[in-house]
Write a protein that binds this ligand. Structure first.
Ligand SMILES: [Zn+2]
Ligand SMILES: [Zn+2]
Length: 149
């Protein structure tokens, strides 16, 4: 697929992810642990010998993440799919624009991608959508743009 990827800028907290997948297609959404009223994104994090489940805030630009493990701030973690344990880390050599740490990647429907920084406490995120009109339902209402994915 050679479709052009577009980075769009969306006001913080105007959008939430409804679907995110590991590279093997397992859903990462966990409706049993809502954050900000939406199903959270469940991943495994590992730092040194410590490994545990973390629920990520599905609201873009919001970081009310729930850590079931004690991982200090400012360390670089590894992230895995909780179902198949596939690494979520990008392997193309790109790093965070801000702190130069490795990046993780969530797969979204229709070729979209969400990239984020693997350094705990660094909140660099980029949403990449192939076809904004088709993927971003842009349902305005209640001051919220809902990502219809
Ligand atoms: Zn998986
Ligand atoms: Zn970073």
């Amino acid at each position: 697929m050679h479709a052009e990827k577009v980075i769009i800028e969306i006001p913080s907290q105007a959008l939430h992810l409804e679907h995110a997948y590991c590279p093997d297609g397992h859903s990462l959404m966990d409706p049993t642990v809502p954050i900000n009223g939406y199903p959270s994104i469940k991943v495994l994090l590992r730092y040194g010998e410590t490994e545990g489940v973390v629920h990520l805030d599905p609201v873009y630009g919001s970081f009310h993440n729930i850590f079931d493990v004690d991982i200090p701030d400012d360390v670089i973690v590894s992230m895995f799919c909780p179902t198949c344990h596939t690494s979520m880390q990008l392997d193309d050599g790109r790093v965070c624009d801000w702190c130069f740490s490795p990046l993780f990647q969530f797969y979204l429907p229709n070729g979209g991608l969400l990239e984020g920084c693997l350094k705990v406490g660094c909140h660099q995120h980029k949403l990449k959508l192939v076809d904004i009109d088709a993927q971003l339902g842009m349902v305005h209402g209640h001051d919220e743009i809902q990502l219809l994915m």
